[in-house]
Design a protein around this ligand. Sequence first.
Ligand code: AMP
Length: 213
Amino acid sequence: MNIVLFGPPGAGKGTQAALLVQRLGMFHISTGDIFRENIKNKTPLGIEAKNYLDKGALVPDSVTISMVDDTLAKLSGKKFILDGFPRNLNQAMVLESILKKLSLQVGGAIFLKVPFAPLIKRLTGRRVCKNCGAVFHVEFSPPKAAGICDKCGKESIYQREDDKEAVIEKRLKTYEESTLPLVEYYRKTGIYKEISGTEDTERVFEKIKQLIS
Ligand code: AMP
């Protein structure tokens, strides 16, 4: 089943998506990762997107939607996870027409529910490997050697600019205003599924697996 994985920043979408890729061979489409890759490579898309990411605001729909459209069009039949897209009602509606055009279907919109308080702790302590994308946490899951990624061995662990406290507040506000309404939207479409994202990673993964199998 193709799925949309959504929820507040720090809910664990990226972590769960990585497990779905590793263990079920799904294809991960993360709009945030695509933007960060473009920013790293200083492409025109990256230069445009950087301002928005640094501020914790959404990149304009026109840019984001055509990026997702291109990515979906190139899929070769693998089941996919849309992580971080859609992030507002307009993107959700346009996604439906893109899927129709490409004869694709999303069978579940899985909401990872986490209250605000743990999110702030998760986000401020989150560290990411610039090279392979592995996710760590200074307190809950630190790398074995400081600054060095357990997964790829490179010394490339860093804190995302938008995981700094000043930007987190704005990201959570953007989430509340733009993304949270998707709960009602997907409830109405009948594909809404909700999982508590406060449990440990393996339990959350098992629940997602049950929902999609
Ligand atoms: P994420 O890695 O999903 O937390 O996304 C990081 C940032 O990328 C967000 O705060 C936005 O600035 C941008 N972004 C990611 N996905 C979208 C989207 N669907 N629409 C607009 N902006 C997005």
